[in-house]
Design a binder for this molecule. Structure first.
Ligand code: ZN
Length: 424
């Protein structure tokens, strides 16, 4: 089985258009923002949406109260809105408790957050596990605030409700699964992680009508608590996950960065490295570390799943990260196109990797008499490598790595040898 390539520029444009649709929504780890997002994603792929009640115990964590917000603002003494949630949802600290009050600037200031090093950008801040409130604004805005009394309003609710996540399973020939997981909890930020959400959606859509060997499970979940909740609910079934990727930050102009699974030498790690080495000009590969996105949960020692992280510039390594600079201008159609093409190539290796046995292992089989010796060059060499290493212990990916020949040529050589009954 082989995955059909996508029209990369067309798919990149579709991903970008969906990012644009989802950008204005105020998402968080719970609440209507996630529901609305999943509803829109659900127009492209048939998502199953799950609700897990507040208070549900999931390993060492508890599903939090649900947060929703309608409006938030700060007015100066002349009644002018100097901070306005309607202009950007980044202006309110995500998960701020409801609040109404009047106070002098000195009392308001501890609740205001800005970025002196990037004075035009509004930072993104959250207060998930501490019940407080706050506003984010550009440093220039902060400096322009005059002494005097300010009226503050946060029209939010933090109450029992549920945590929402979306899931889409594409059945393949095998029950064994490839997991693609992406977080849906950030408000108006384009690269982190609407790029991941929308790339996952269109990758799923691309795979949906193909004949697949593996089953595919796409998760659209709030970061950390969503992954923990999902793993808790699916504790008995995670053994089906044979390969997996966390997708995040796949639209910025930087090169691709792959972070290996905790195992370090899982097939997913080797498949990604092989594709990057053979197709990307500018990429880097990092070893696992117990910090980052939801790979932390999938690779926790009790699970130790073969799940790596696929990103472009790593979080925190671009100044726009978690600020209003991570906007619709920061993500590029070209980067999205490249990301999805590389992902399809990685899945192509996982789908096509097989282990064969050479049926004529005593000395080389005479390729000439079968008409297989005419072509000189890489295909010839690929055939010799496949024959030599197909001893039932080396997969096609092993052979591609050892021979330094690209996987596709190795796979083609194996297909020819199978046809001539030199492999089984
Ligand atoms: Zn983030």
């Amino acid at each position: 089985m082989n995955i059909i390539p996508a029209d990369s520029s067309a798919i990149g444009k579709q991903i970008y258009a969906l990012i644009k649709d989802l950008f204005p929504i105020c998402r968080s780890i719970t609440g209507n923002g996630v529901r609305q997002t999943l509803k829109i994603v659900g127009k492209h792929i048939p998502l199953s949406v799950y609700e897990v009640p507040t208070g549900t115990q999931v390993f060492d964590w508890t599903v939090p109260k649900e947060w929703n917000i309608r409006d938030a603002w700060v007015k100066d003494s002349r009644g002018r809105k100097v901070i306005d949630f309607q202009k950007s949802n980044l202006h309110v600290v995500n998960y701020s408790i409801p609040f109404k009050g009047k106070m002098p600037l000195a009392e308001l200031e501890p609740h205001l957050f800005s970025l002196p090093e990037h004075p035009d950008w509004v930072p993104y801040r959250t207060t998930y596990y501490k019940e407080t409130w706050g506003f984010c604004l550009s440093h220039n805005q902060l400096r322009s605030l005059e002494e005097g009394d300010y009226e503050v309003c946060i029209d939010s609710t933090l109450a029992d409700g549920s945590l929402t996540f979306g899931e889409y399973v594409i059945p393949g020939e095998l029950k064994d699964e490839i997991l693609i997981s992406t977080h849906v909890c950030h408000p108006s930020l384009a690269n982190d992680n609407l790029s991941g959400v929308c790339t996952a959606a269109f990758l799923a859509k691309h795979l949906a009508d193909q004949k697949l060997r593996f089953s595919y499970r796409f998760l659209f979940i709030p970061g950390t608590i969503g992954a923990i909740t999902w793993l808790h609910r699916n504790f008995d079934e995670v053994g089906r996950i044979k390969h997996g990727l966390v997708l995040t930050g796949v639209g910025d102009p930087g090169g691709i960065t792959y972070k290996k699974s905790r195992r370090g030498d899982a097939a997913i790690d080797r498949a990604v490295v092989h594709v990057l080495r053979n197709s990307a000009d500018n990429y880097s590969v990092e070893d696992f570390s117990p910090y980052g996105y939801d790979e932390r949960q999938y690779c926790s020692p009790g699970f130790n799943l073969p799940v790596g992280r696929f990103s472009r510039t790593p979080y925190g390594k671009y100044p726009e990260y978690h600020t209003s600079g991570d906007n619709l201008d920061f993500v590029r159609v070209g980067s999205l196109s490249e990301s999805v093409t590389v992902l399809i190539n990685i899945l192509g290796i996982l789908e096509g990797d097989r282990t064969y046995t050479n049926l004529a292992p005593h000395c080389e089989p005479q390729l000439g008499k079968r008409g297989l010796y005419d072509q000189i060059g890489p295909n010839q060499l690929a055939m010799l490598w496949v024959l030599n290493l197909s001893d039932g212990h080396h997969s096609l990916l092993d052979i591609a790595e050892r021979s330094k020949i690209d996987f596709e040529s190795i796979r083609e050589a194996a297909t020819v040898l199978l046809k001539f009954q030199l492999l089984e």
